[in-house]
Design a protein around this ligand. Structure first.
Ligand code: AMP
Length: 424
């Protein structure tokens, strides 16, 4: 089955075409046939397209909206000169899998999209006003362009975290706010944490129940996840993706009293404070230079920039704090796994996060750590390290394609016991 995987942002569409089916899943033989990225939708859009094994094409088109962007993607996918293996017509795409950011408490696993599911995703817009509307636009555009007969599946970023216990997902706010607004921790990057957990158990030849792991997804957005028995028990992002680790432009954890304080001292409105915390903080805010970790590491190394160093130090210290907290919460774990642009590519950041953790049984192997870059997967701790460390390049698209196939064929992955419960 050829699955079109779509990840629609407010002004962008990321896609892959993945060939997979139950047999390929069992044998790990899924194939990415093509991938691409459209940015700046709404003006002169930049379109990057790549059929596997062919050179990358970068073109510009005026693309008004998500429908126009998807139309452009589909035209390219079926064009004879694209060179995509096995695809010559729209009918060669048999299903579409969508990344949907927020599933609220309602969606605890991937689902086939129908009118009720569309309503449910719409109902969660309040919880993800920046993300869910774009995901919906992608779903509607795909239905219009491919026709209602092509099944579509929603894979939720929040779903993996549905197994968190109340002690992890409730805030210490008046309980009535949870009852009235479902105000609680949901967590995000769930498909990434689930993928990393899956690869870890494959690498170590474990059953899912034996996976006791802390995953660190460190990209422009960052989150940590505490996994026990294969289930998410806690994660650092909260009601929204703002909470937790220091990120490219997001502050992560702060004292909530800073919000009224900023209002009083700087005269900022709630919206302005929201922008400050989400877009002007994190690595960018601390360094005053950039949200890009690679550039900060270069500044630090080449120019000895004090604030670049400070930003990286605070980023690493916050990540280490979460590792410690989650180890305590889980009653120990067997390994840490790094993923995301920073986690997969920066031996320096991995070393700084884990520095000084030998006392609790983690010793990195400098040679293995230095070699594990550019998409390589494997162990970076020393042989005999009690707490192991791995680099596992994430692949959310692959899980979305697999979930799509399983859901369409009525062979869903084994259910996890969702602990979310409707309070009275
Ligand atoms: P992502 O959001 O997962 O694409 O990750 C983006 C982040 O990964 C940016 O901060 C990049 O600077 C960072 N990154 C990518 N490659 C490297 C590298 N070789 N060293 C350090 N950071 C990197």
């Amino acid at each position: 089955m050829n699955v079109l995987v779509l990840n629609c942002g407010s002004s962008s569409v990321r896609f892959q075409v993945i060939e997979t089916d139950l047999e390929r899943i069992a044998q790990d033989r899924d194939r990415c046939l093509a991938r691409g990225y459209i940015e700046r939708i709404g003006s002169l859009a930049l379109v990057t397209l790549e059929a596997t094994g062919r050179p990358k094409r970068i073109e510009t088109y005026p693309l008004r909206d998500h429908r126009a962007a998807l139309d452009q993607v589909l035209r390219w996918i079926v064009a004879s000169d694209s060179g995509i293996d096995g695809i010559g017509a729209l009918s060669d795409i048999q299903a579409v899998g969508h990344r949907v950011v927020h599933g609220g408490e309602r969606f605890t696993r991937s689902v086939k999209i129908d009118a009720a599911v569309l309503d449910g995703i719409e109902d969660t817009i309040e919880l993800a006003p920046l993300h869910n509307p774009a995901n919906l636009k992608g779903i509607l555009a795909a239905r219009e362009l491919l026709g209602p007969a092509v099944p579509q599946v929603a894979v939720f970023d929040t779903a993996f975290h549905a197994t968190m216990p109340e002690t992890a997902y409730l805030y210490a706010l008046p309980y009535s706010l949870y009852r009235r607004h479902r105000l609680r921790r949901y967590g995000f990057h769930g498909t990434s944490h689930r993928y990393v957990s899956y690869r870890y158990r494959k690498l170590r030849k474990l059953t899912r129940e034996k996976v006791n792991l802390i995953t660190l997804h460190l990209g422009n957005g960052c989150s940590a996840c505490a996994i026990k028995g294969g289930d998410s028990m806690n994660t650092s992002m909260g009601l929204t993706p703002l909470e937790g680790l220091v990120m490219g432009t997001r502050a992560g954890d702060i004292d909530a009293a800073i919000i009224p304080y900023l209002h009083q001292k700087e005269g900022l409105s709630v919206d302005e404070i929201d922008t400050l915390l989400n877009k002007e903080s994190g690595l960018l805010g601390l360094s005053g230079l950039t949200n890009d970790m690679r550039e900060l590491l270069d500044e630090e190394r080449e120019k000895g920039d004090r604030r670049a160093r400070l930003a990286v130090d605070i980023f690493c210290a916050r990540a280490r704090k979460y590792v410690g907290a989650y180890l305590a919460e889980l009653g120990g774990a067997d390994a840490l796994a790094f993923a995301g642009g920073i986690g997969e590519n920066s031996p320096a950041v991995r070393e700084r996060i884990t520095r000084g953790l030998e006392w609790m049984g983690l010793t990195l192997d400098p040679r293995r750590n230095a070699a594990m870059v550019g998409g390589k997967e494997g162990e970076i701790s020393k042989a005999g390290s009690r707490l192991k460390a791995y680099v596992i390049p994430t692949n959310e698209e692959l899980l979305i394609a697999r979930d799509t196939v399983r859901t369409v064929l009525g062979a869903p992955a084994p259910a996890r016991k969702a602990r979310a419960r409707a309070a009275k």
